[in-house]
Design a protein around this ligand. Sequence first.
Ligand SMILES: [Zn+2]
Length: 280
Amino acid sequence: MTGWLGDHAGMRWSPGLDEGLSQAVIVGGPDRTLAADREGHALCVARDDARIHGLDQHLVGTVQHCTYWVVDASEATGDDWEWSPPRPLIVGASSDTFIALSAALQWLDFLREHRFCGACGHVMRPSLSDRGRQCGQCGLISYPRVSPSIIILITRGDELLLARSPRFVNGMYSTLAGFVEAGESAEHACHREIFEEVGIRIHPPTYLGSQSWPFKHSLMLGYRAEWLSGEIKVDGVEILDAQWFHPTRLPPLPQHASISRGLIDHFLLERGYPMTRDSA
Ligand SMILES: [Zn+2]
């Protein structure tokens, strides 16, 4: 399944390796923004661009044949940069740019949030043996945080269970999702989250693929499961509404970039229904 942005089979993506034929620098700004061009796309600059002179260039990795670096220019003054929130830049990108921007953003988060040791408070420095950051006092090594979440499409025959969260815009409905708790398997998280959020039981879920999602550091593990028993009950807080939707009367759906939409589209295709609605 490749119906969402990210590192699919056949794509060359080497995190933390400089093996590209070309080089590009992604520029991070204040409050998790990224530099953008006038057309609203992410702006990459050359490594010797005068505007990033003196800033540390951190290696992100090589996507296809381009090595990406990232700099933190959040202290920059003047009008050298047009800053944009990351979401429109990342969601509107191609898969290779999506990977580079997503990884760069998460790498900047890691640098900003691991300046000091979480155990003893001493200054952290790059580890000499790997890509982590290590405490000069107690030796603790930290790595960029990756938080596994399950995202699951529940079906009942031809119907799809889609839910509406208070943070969704435009009346959008989506698949259910939730974080995997410490000590829990992803499959267990599927059963638990579904019962907690909509009060139903499901058959064993089938794994369909994953997506790195940098809002903020999620690894979305995509599943599908068939309804087993129970009627939909929502708490009205985390989930405002959830319904069984027939493919011929779907609500506004998430954008095509997301694994959520990929799971829905895959099901519609499999059942022979047209993928009618566009992005919400
Ligand atoms: Zn320490």
